[in-house]
Ligand binder design. Sequence first.
Ligand code: GLC
Length: 378
Amino acid sequence: MPDDVEARSRAVLEQAWDDARGYCYPNRSVYPHQWLWDSCFHAIAWAALGDARGLAELRSALSGQLDNGFVPHMRFSGPTSPRGPLPDRSGFTQPPVYALAARELTRAGQPVDAALAGRIVRAFEHLWQQRRQDGLLVVLHPWETGCDDSPRWDSWMDGRRPWDRKHWRSFDRRWLAAATFGPEGDAVSSSLFTAAPSAFNGITAHGLRIAGELLGDSRLTAWADELGAAMEDLLWDDEQSLYVDRALTGGGPSCSLPTLDGVLGALGALDRGRAVRALDQLRDPQRFKAPHGLAYVPRTSPDYEPDAYWRGPAWPQLTYLAVQACRRWGLDDLAADVAREGRRAIHASGYAEYWNPETGQGCGAQPQTWAALACALT
Ligand code: GLC
């Protein structure tokens, strides 16, 4: 790794670190709160840097956990618009990257203690017991996928074209209002939006497998297998060679639009042949392989907008997850290529929130702390 990638990654984390709270703000002015998967990715970056703040950040990410095991997608550090009934945190969750973070910390010599391991297990138990429908895990708002404005949600939005963010904002409020919350404040159902996304399920199955191994808990490994089998049954699209999302309340054809989520299903899938077919699209310039990293939407798709938030740009955290998916299936050359390109592109983007994969130009908040994953891309 060039020294400057390591030094820049460290600097990006340092300038956003809040010592009293024990976490990094993704960006102090644009994102001045704690986000669950962001903090897990920060923990991974801290681990790669050999910095003990990794464990502190993972502990902090899980410290907003409710008694029933639910982990909120945000903890608020000041006034902001509500995301459910809880005054200080969201009633929605985000992809469970915490087991992957725990493994990376352990590998870097920062093993999780029993209390933190217990939180991770309870978080998975909550998802498993409260969020399964037809054998798959469901989300109740696009926020829960972390891919807030993905084309995969377009069918929930009257399918109006061209897509615009103002229009989306009016829907995010409707979806919030359509959710019902349990006695502790976590979302339990929605009258408008319920989906079983391929990436969320893939990340969960991957996390269950990692946690099962790390903590010696065969029950979690069995859940990983069960979830992987449900994904193969219900989410594989043979025509596109991608995993697609499943709409359970609302939604429609946009669930099958090709996005990187369809490749990230390979994180949790069980069928090697299918996983490799999906992952091969990371090598294909007609699909996700762009001059500067991985496009979120295939480059030949009519929906591809390489500059527009969640409509085509490349993302540090998805690049990191794509590398993990390649590693899971032993595609080590592809993993190394994606990692090398991602590292270079993040550095060139100025450690931006996301970047234009055609030009390499940084977009969104700059710097954004998950860009420090550059130092973990190996
Ligand atoms: C945006 C992203 C989400 C991320 C958050 C903070 O809402 O869509 O994935 O967690 O910003 O970076």
